[in-house]
Every structure is written in C-alpha cells, then in structure tokens.
Design a protein around this ligand. Structure first.
Ligand code: FAD
Length: 447
C-alpha cells in the first residue's frame, strides 16, 4: 500500500536546512504540502482569531508565494487552507488515507495542543517532528529543557563551554526530490486570501521594508555579509531607524524562511574573511538570546502567556482601554513612544531599543497589563515570534527571566541618548500627537 504523508508547514517555510521535510521526502510515496492560515492569538481575548497587521499579512503572503514556487520546482504543490489546522488536517487524513504526518517542532502551546490531539485521535498514523527553528536540538543542550537556567547569563555560560563548532551542525541541503503530490487539485488559495484579509497595506503607505520568502531572505543574508556592517554591529545595534544599524534577520527567522544555522555559517565565513571582533561575536550573542527564549518557551509552555509569567505573584498593573488605545496609536504624553508606535504601525518593524522603550512605558508609565502589549505586537510585527515576543515582554514586565525583575527606562534620558538631535521623533511626528494620559482626571470620578 502506498504511504501518503502530510507535511504541515508552519514556521519553517523553506526547503533548505529543514530536517522535517527531508524526513518526509524519504519516508512516503505521496505528499501533501499544507499550510493553514489560522491567526489564533494566544493573548488576552484568545479563542478569537487575531487580526494580522497589514505588513505581517503581506510578508506572510510573499513567503507562501515563494514557497509555492520552490515546491513547484519539485513538481509539488502548496495547499493553503484558510481554516484551523486541526480541521484541515483531520479532513485530509480522512479523504486521502494518510499514513504519516510530519512537521517542525513548534514552541507554541496552541500548535502543540493540535499535534497532541491529532496523535490521540489517529493512533494508526505515524507522527514525526524535527527541530528546525533553533541552533541546537534538545539532545545537544548541556541540560534538559526542564532544567533550563533561570537567566540568560547562566544559559550562555553553559552553552559557550561547549565546542560550538562541533555542536552547531552545518545547515542541511534541500531535498533532492520530493514525493509527488497526493492532492492534485485544490481550491486556488490566493483569491481566498484576498477575501480573508482585505484590505492589506494601502497605497498611502511607504514601500515595505521587507520582502517575504526564502529567496528574499537568502538575498538579504548574503547582502548583509557582503558589506562590512557586521564589523561594527556592536556599536550600531541600538539604532532606531534605518536598515543597516542591525542585521534585520528577524522577519525571515520568525517564519523560518531563513534558518539560524545558515546565519551562523555565513557569520563564520565572514569572520574568516574579514576578521572576527566584538561586533561579529555580538551577532552570535544576540542569536543566543533568541535561542534562550525558544527553550524558555518550550520549558514554560502555557506560562508564557500567564499574567504572573513564570513567577508566583501577579503584577499590580491593570487594563485601561483609553491608555491602551493611545499607546497603540502613538498618542501618549511621550514623544519617543509615539514615534516608535507610529513606526511599528507603518512598517511592521521596530528596533530592539524601541521595543524595550514602548514595553517599559506600557507597564510602568501606563500601568497596563503587559499581555495586551504583547498581543498588539503579535498582530503588528512582521517578525512576530511567539517565544521571542512573549519572552521579552515577560522580561520587561518583571515576570520573566530577568534576575533584576524590574526594568524601568527613563524615557527622557533614553531619547537624549538614542535620538540626541530629535531626528527620529521628528521623522515619525512623535511630538505632534502628544496627548495627556487620561481624558478624565481621576479626581473627577464620582466616589
Ligand atoms: C518587547 C519585545 C518584543 C520582541 N518581540 C520579538 C518578536 O516577536 N520576534 C523577534 O524575532 N524578536 C523580538 N524581540 C527581540 C528583538 O527586538 C528583535 O529580534 C530585533 O529587534 C530584530 O531586529 P534584528 O534582526 O535587526 O536584530 P539584531 O540586533 O540584528 O539581532 C540579530 C538576531 O538576534 C536575535 N535577537 C536579537 N535580540 C533579541 C532578543 N532580545 N530576544 C530574542 N532574540 C533576539 C534576533 O533573531 C535577531 O534577528 C522583541 C524584543 C522586545 C523587547
């Protein structure tokens, strides 16, 4: 009997360095390459599909179009379903007599719940998952995932004691062939996409900063290391505006159109060519931060979204709809925050420094429940990554992996350091939408 597999693409939208896809290529006779557009939000208001911001939508669409083209070179097809994966996979299993289900291991508790539900429901099927989103596999870590160190510094020290050249394997090649499609005709998905998501980025918006897809990701990676930017990364990385002050690898890393091991390989080649220094090391250091948050997500699962985070006591913050709305729109009393939020809304991207400032403001100046801020970024960021986003928010809200536990940025001081000439604020008109925090003075409320 023919073996029929489903490959459930998720945050691994590439052909190369994809151990899960290689496995599918070698184990079945026919294959369904599936992607489900299911914008489930783990944030407050979960159980409802989250809206995808215009830039995130466009980036995902381009990534899927590129994947479809690449699969086409193998005589394969991309099946895109606008429905929850549980529903789509169950239907395909029944209709096509599926014997194998493959996917990359995901950090999200929602994705894991679906996987586990399917495993229970279809015990006669073979299930296989591989890690494709991280530099390491759990077996390569010098501790079990359950014993993940409670701080990044401890994690990094343990990782750096290993022989990293030996442990971080070279990226895998793309499969030579793929089994033919089991599903010859499916509904054309792009018209459905337009119905599902209209309107996306409108014409008044400036050109997108990022183009989605593994081909664009590869081009960006090569282009970055062809310049000498990596040699001064440590000095420039806290910039607020522009393409060159940091690597901008995150959008492609987030949906897996770029593999982290491919980046490390290119970084090593750059170091061999141009010389290693503090800056080139610091790119690796930041990739280790990413790695830490991935294992943090695997370790803490549902607690990634808990108000009290991984701590026992909940913060004293709350939810004020007016303050939240003003923060999202960039209408707060803080010019630097307004500029950052407008930049995020228009481009779908925000610098690391900008993210730290807006998160600190959200929690400490506006007194808001951090989960609403994380959920808003989930909607807007082209580089949304469940572990990096929710893990960093926990960190800044003082309920995560920060041993200091309380990081409040002095916004005025930060603006002086990182925007001394007021150029960033002016460019994003942060000082033109200053508004008081509350339209009603607390003293005016009836008692
Ligand atoms: C509140 C908040 C939310 C965030 N949400 C996300 C998110 O959804 N997705 C995301 O990829 N990153 C997130 N980050 C981390 C960081 O801001 C971005 O990875 C970085 O700004 C992306 O730009 P870059 O690729 O030019 O980074 P670079 O400075 O060039 O760094 C290189 C790579 O290292 C990794 N990295 C750098 N800093 C961090 C960090 N603090 N945590 C995890 N990985 C890091 C990223 O993969 C990045 O691409 C968040 C940070 C904060 C403070």
């Amino acid at each position: 009997m023919q073996k029929v597999g489903i490959f459930w693409f998720n945050h691994d939208l590439r052909m190369d360095d994809n151990a899960a896809l290689l496995r599918a290529a070698s184990e079945v006779d026919k294959l369904i390459c599936l992607y489900c557009v299911d914008t489930f939000s783990a944030g407050p208001g979960w159980q409802q599909p989250a809206k995808l911001g215009a830039r995130r939508q466009d980036f995902l669409l381009e990534s899927l179009q590129d994947l479809e083209t690449q699969l086409g070179h193998y005589g394969q097809k991309l099946v895109v379903r606008m429905e929850p994966p549980l529903q789509a996979i169950a239907q395909l299993i029944t209709v096509h007599n599926v014997s194998h289900l493959f996917s990359s291991k995901h950090v999200g508790s929602y994705e894991n719940r679906i996987w586990n539900t399917l495993r229970k429901r279809y015990s006669m099927i073979e299930f296989a998952q591989s890690h494709t989103h991280t530099l390491f596999n759990p077996s390569q870590l010098p501790f079990t995932v359950e014993q993940l160190p409670g701080s990044f510094s401890k994690f990094r020290r343990l990782i750096e004691k290993m022989d990293l050249d030996a442990v971080i394997s070279a990226p895998l090649d793309a499969p030579i062939t793929l089994p033919p499609p089991a599903l010859v005709a499916d509904l054309a998905w792009q018209p459905l996409w337009q119905q599902h998501f209209s309107p996306s980025a409108n014409e008044d918006m400036p050109a997108a900063m990022f183009k989605g897809g593994a081909s664009a990701g590869e081009k960006h990676l090569t282009g970055y290391f062809a310049k000498n930017l990596a040699s001064s990364y440590k000095q420039t990385r806290n910039g607020l505006d522009g393409m060159d002050y940091s690597t901008k690898f995150s959008p492609w890393l987030a949906n897996g159109t770029l593999s982290p091991r491919r980046i490390v390989q290119q970084l090593q080649e750059y170091e061999a060519r141009a010389g290693a220094n503090d800056s080139t090391y610091w790119i690796f250091f930041e990739l280790l931060w990413r790695e830490y948050f991935q294992w943090y997500g695997h370790r803490h699962q549902q607690r990634l979204y808990a108000f009290s985070g991984i701590n026992d006591s909940a913060p004293t913050t709350s939810f004020y709809p007016e303050r939240f709305k003003k923060w999202c729109a960039g209408n707060t009393p803080y010019a630097i925050i307004n500029a950052c939020m407008k930049q995020l809304n228009v481009t779908g991207y925000l610098s690391n420094r900008g993210r730290q400032l807006v998160a600190s403001c959200f929690v400490h100046e506006l007194g808001l429940d951090w989960r609403h801020g994380a959920a808003y970024m989930e909607q807007q960021l082209v580089d949304f990554d469940v572990a990096s986003n929710w893990g960093n928010w926990q960190y800044l809200a003082g309920v995560g992996a920060d041993p200091r536990g309380h990081r409040r940025f002095d916004l005025q001081k930060q603006a002086q350091i990182y925007d001394p000439k007021n150029q960033f604020i002016q460019r994003w008109a942060g000082d033109q939408t200053l508004q008081p925090l509350d339209s009603v003075d607390a003293a005016d409320w009836p008692i």
